[in-house]
Design a protein around this ligand. Structure first.
Ligand SMILES: Cc1cc2nc3c(=O)[nH]c(=O)nc-3n(C[C@H](O)[C@H](O)[C@H](O)COP(=O)(O)OP(=O)(O)OC[C@H]3O[C@@H](n4cnc5c(N)ncnc54)[C@H](O)[C@@H]3O)c2cc1C
Length: 285
């Protein structure tokens, strides 16, 4: 199928892109890598009248280190992140996550900002942003706004972005040198969206686990961080997986809203989550 007719604008600056969106309003949409938007238009699930292509704005394609934070422009592609020396040095979890993300053709065009704006619950970047306590820089009608990841992701394909807002960049705090990060994902085939996945960070100091962070993705309507489970695990973890730990994990998982998808039941996902936590902890022994 082909998309319905639409107008096409190619602004050369962030200000021009934003101004165009304000004038077209709900009749226009920003085009990033087009990996989700274009198929939806081709299937006529999305009938936007105008695309505002962000692909010719150099300022949106940069990765920079500023004040102990990585600033990743909205139009930085998945492949650019996977090959970035700055990201490897300062946010290694993103490199680990990038290995699971889609296939080459999609990685070459799909963007960090597009993935964050779309907020697919099984996508890697929203989960990574939640775990790394990223902040999202947004240009709105009332000026510049910075939103923390936990407030940005609000549900299935739903974020705090207003309909005319432009997501400009994402700030990722630099990971501490002593911190270990782990990404494990279960998918039907390499590069497919996750059936269930987990991202974790933490450090071992004097045989104790510190600053543990755990985020699940692909299991609900958005990525989920389990702060209570993190605290409970840190209080009992002694380098071994035992029955007490198993009970803590199970009772914590019993309380979260896990949702089935096309391929995996809620019950199977719940089981996979327990397996994933166990595998993460094995990496901290
Ligand atoms: C077959 C297939 C497999 C995939 N597998 C995975 C996977 O395993 N993991 C994964 O994470 N992703 C996966 N993806 C998704 C893909 O990697 C992209 O992340 C996703 O398509 C969105 O990024 P994009 O740059 O293509 O955005 P687009 O499709 O261009 O845009 C998506 C939406 O975000 C809005 N938008 C984009 N940029 C901005 C901005 N700066 N400000 C405001 N709004 C904006 C657009 O208007 C649109 O509504 C897959 C996609 C396909 C087609």
């Amino acid at each position: 199928m082909k998309a319905a007719e639409f107008a096409y604008e190619v602004p050369k600056s962030i200000q021009d892109a934003f101004a165009l969106k304000q004038s077209y309003g709900e009749h226009a949409q920003f085009l990033a890598g087009g990996q989700s938007l274009i198929p939806a238009m081709n299937m006529r699930l999305n009938m936007t009248e105008c695309l505002i292509d962000l692909g010719r704005i150099p300022a949106l394609k940069e990765i920079q280190l500023q004040d102990r934070q990585l600033q990743i422009g909205a139009m930085v592609t998945h492949e650019q992140i996977a090959n970035s020396a700055l990201v490897k040095e300062y946010a290694p979890l993103l490199i680990q996550a990038s290995r699971y993300l889609a296939h080459t053709a999609i990685r070459n065009r799909g963007t960090f900002g597009g993935s964050i704006a779309l907020a697919d619950p099984a996508a890697e970047w929203p989960a990574a942003c939640l775990l790394l306590e990223a902040q999202i820089n947004i240009l709105t009608q009332s000026g510049f706004q910075r939103v923390v990841a936990k407030d940005f992701f609000q549900g299935l394909y739903t974020t705090s972005l207003g309909s005319n807002d432009l997501l400009e960049s994402i700030l990722i705090p630099v990971q501490a040198k002593e911190e270990k990060s782990v990404v494990i994902e279960l998918a039907r085939r390499q590069g497919d969206y996750a059936l269930a996945g987990i991202m974790a960070r933490g450090s071992i100091v004097s045989s104790k686990l510190h600053n543990l962070g755990l985020v699940f993705f692909g299991i609900s309507d958005r990525p989920i961080r389990l702060v209570n489970l993190e605290a409970q695990i840190m209080s009992v973890f002694s380098g071994q997986f035992n029955e007490a730990l198993q009970k803590i994990i199970q009772s914590s998982l019993d309380q979260i809203d896990i949702r089935s998808d096309l391929y995996t039941t809620e019950k199977a996902k719940r089981h996979l989550c327990a397996v994933l936590v166990k595998r993460v902890l094995a990496q901290f022994i």
